[in-house]
Design a protein around this ligand. Structure first.
Ligand code: NDP
Ligand code: OXD
Length: 306
């Protein structure tokens, strides 16, 4: 069995060592042009040249949850495209979003500012039932985030493409469902995959349907957000602030207005990091299942886009 590693912006050696240890029967190498064709590949934004040289590839394992970049490539229809299926990402995303929601709801930025002034300044408690959190995307990550927010007793609305049930969460879908979620969400969290249907979904048209003073958290993809529309809605006061982990251009350019905006928190695409050991264990488990002829989870539907 040949397993090829073809990941841009990723240090190969530790991945190769982990894959070789877990799959001693396989030949595991970094792709070079002209290398023998692979049975399985571990990839992140691989070049088209790699895919064009793979006549017998059974599965491509993406070392992230989002496959939007991978689906830009031409991939043979018989090759399974497999996303990371949690592998330690969901709990990180739950931490990230809960941190941002709690920081906003409990006004910790205001307490930080008061400390800098040496002021012991109590703020009026806010009503938790007024802090409705709407989550766009109730998949592996969105569902875990919804469950974590429920532990803190925030009312949670969720939005998915198809109807679904998540205990303690009011789940909406369809165009009417989106309108209802937007009208009621004091905090909007985006955890949708980037597809032709969701690109630009965080625009003036949608964000202006949030209640005045609403807060935005985007931890999915930068291309979901129309950045100038966010700036305009913050400047008009319709939105109170935003926490952003992902951007149209990454790294965020040094002169980008988000860096210095007083009501935007920027983090460098770190909400839920790929954890190498967990990812290798999951990928190797799936290779073994495929070799036994068993089905695996996390297979992407290219037509659906996620
Ligand atoms: P999943 O594929 O598990 O879930 C996607 C969810 O979005 C599903 O609930 C799906 O609905 C819903 N959805 C898809 N299209 C639409 C649509 N057109 N309208 C309404 N709902 C829709 O994804 P994950 O939860 O694993 O990840 C989500 C995204 O998070 C990734 O695609 C990636 O871009 C981003 N990400 C960001 C990271 C970071 O560090 N910032 C790290 C990892 C991922 P249904 O349930 O009906 O299928
Ligand atoms: C991912 C990511 O998609 O890191 O996994 O954003």
């Amino acid at each position: 069995m040949i397993v090829t590693f073809c990941c841009t912006d990723t240090k190969a050696e530790p991945w190769l060592a982990g894959l070789r240890a877990a799959l001693p029967e396989a030949t595991v190498d970094v792709w070079q042009p002209g290398a023998p064709p692979a049975d399985y590949a571990v990839v992140w934004t691989p070049p088209q040249a790699f895919l064009d040289e793979q006549p017998r590839l059974r599965a491509l394992f993406n070392i992230g949850a989002g496959v939007d970049a991978l689906l830009q490539r031409r991939i043979a229809p018989q090759t399974l495209i497999v996303r990371l299926d949690d592998a330690g990402m969901a709990v990180q995303m739950a931490e990230y979003v809960c941190h941002a929601v709690i920081r906003h709801f409990r006004e910790f930025d205001a307490y930080d500012a008061a400390q800098r002034q040496g002021q012991w300044a109590l703020r009026k408690p806010r009503r938790r039932e007024d802090c409705v959190v709407g989550i766009l995307g109730l998949g592996v990550l969105g569902t875990r985030v919804a469950q974590a927010l429920r532990v803190f007793e925030y009312p949670v609305l969720g939005y998915s493409r198809t109807p679904k049930t998540v205990p303690g969460v009011e789940v909406l879908h369809g165009a009417a469902g989106l309108g209802t979620l937007l009208a009621r969400s004091q905090v909007l969290v985006n955890l949708l995959p980037l597809t032709p249907q969701t690109r630009g979904i965080l625009s003036r048209a949608t964000l202006s349907r949030l209640p005045p003073g609403a807060y935005l958290i985007n931890a999915a993809r930068g291309a979901h957000l129309v950045e100038d529309d966010l700036l305009a809605l913050l400047d008009s006061g319709h939105l109170s602030g935003a926490t952003l982990d992902v951007f149209a251009t990454e790294p965020l350019p040094p002169d980008h207005p988000f860096w210095r905006h007083p009501r935007i928190t920027v983090t460098p695409h770190t909400a839920a990091r790929t954890l190498r050991d967990e990812s290798i264990a999951q990928i190797v488990g799936k290779i073994r299942a495929l070799e036994r002829g068993e089905p695996i989870s996390g297979v992407v539907d290219p037509a659906r886009g996620y």
